[in-house]
Design a protein around this ligand. Structure first.
Ligand code: G
Ligand code: MN
Length: 289
């Protein structure tokens, strides 16, 4: 009865390693802000989808969960950058609607995952810092949402562009943690990130931005090593983002990161593809009764 998501070599853990064209969406997109017309078209005509990228436990070499990622497509434009779509949705007051769509997709996908796999698993969702507000209906809804047993919900909050952790963010975070939703710092170490963010609250997870793992020299490695130790001392799970090479994976393992994510370990794929991949690993034989 093998229901575990295992692999001897994490480089072989899941899906193909090459930079598949299927993820070009995370990087391409029109330049300049998206128009209202494009935004409403993708929302109304099924142009928005959710992709799932595996997160790997570095020591046990197993999938521990997935990050649900926004993907969007328009017939004239092609793939739309999620960053541009989120920006436009926020500008037009439609970000909560977009977020709900992704979370609903993630919830129904995890219902099927639970029918295939018995292990405790995590689902990571993304929220903008601006969505953390006191008495925020989206947060209340998420905190009360019913998930399958043993699915931990982790809300990733990007610290990109944030100045400091404000009381209103804490109020929103408390709604989530009261509903057993864990909180993660996303893109930690990117751009103008602040160390004060890390110490602002008891983050369950901190995801280290992929920039920190590119072009790592001796000094950078010292910083990363101490960062991992710092996170461990704070009881936060450390996740290395954007692992694309075996060399980066070796480094991440050597530095003692808890978890890792990146094209090497698994591309973001549509829900049905992710579920088919789980089923192909024989997991369908271990259906929960
Ligand atoms: O901000 P956040 O970390 O949530 O963004 C995740 C984005 O990074 C997604 O769009 C995803 O497709 C992309 N991504 C995931 N893994 C990799 C990787 O290994 N390399 C690069 N360049 N991008 C990645
Ligand atoms: Mn994220």
């Amino acid at each position: 009865m093998n229901h575990e998501v295992t692999a001897t070599d994490p480089a072989a853990v899941v899906v193909p390693v090459q930079r598949a064209e299927g993820d070009a969406q995370s990087e391409r997109g029109p330049s300049g802000p998206l128009s209202w017309g494009v935004l409403t078209w993708v929302l109304e005509h099924g142009g928005v989808a959710t992709a799932y990228q595996p997160i790997i436990d570095v020591k046990r070499e197993r999938i521990v969960g997935w990050e649900a990622l926004l993907r969007a497509q328009h017939p004239d434009i092609g793939a739309i950058s999620p960053v541009a779509l989120v920006e436009a949705a926020e500008r037009h007051g439609l970000l909560d609607l977009l977020t709900r769509r992704i979370i609903e997709d993630a919830r129904s996908t995890m219902v099927t995952v639970r029918a295939l796999v018995r292990d405790p698993l995590k689902i990571h969702l993304n929220l903008e810092l601006s969505q953390l507000r006191e008495a925020e209906p989206l947060l209340e809804w998420l905190a009360e949402l019913d998930w399958p047993a043993d699915i931990e919900v982790v809300a990733e909050i990007t610290e990109r562009g944030a100045d400091q952790w404000l009381p209103r963010y804490e109020a929103g975070a408390t709604i989530l943690t009261n509903g057993q939703v864990s909180l993660a710092i996303d893109d930690c170490g990117s751009g103008s990130s602040r160390l004060s963010f890390i110490s602002s609250r008891a983050w369950e997870v901190v995801k280290i931005d992929r920039q920190l793992l590119i072009d790592h020299d001796e000094r950078r490695i010292v910083v990363l090593r101490h960062l991992v130790q710092l996170l461990s001392a704070l009881n936060a799970i450390s996740v290395a983002e954007g692992i694309e090479t075996i060399e980066q994976l070796r480094l991440v393992r050597e530095l003692g990161f808890d978890e890792a994510q990146g094209y090497l370990l698994g591309m973001p794929v549509p829900g049905p593809t992710m579920l088919a991949s789980l089923a192909r690993q024989g997991l369908a034989l271990d259906l929960a009764e």
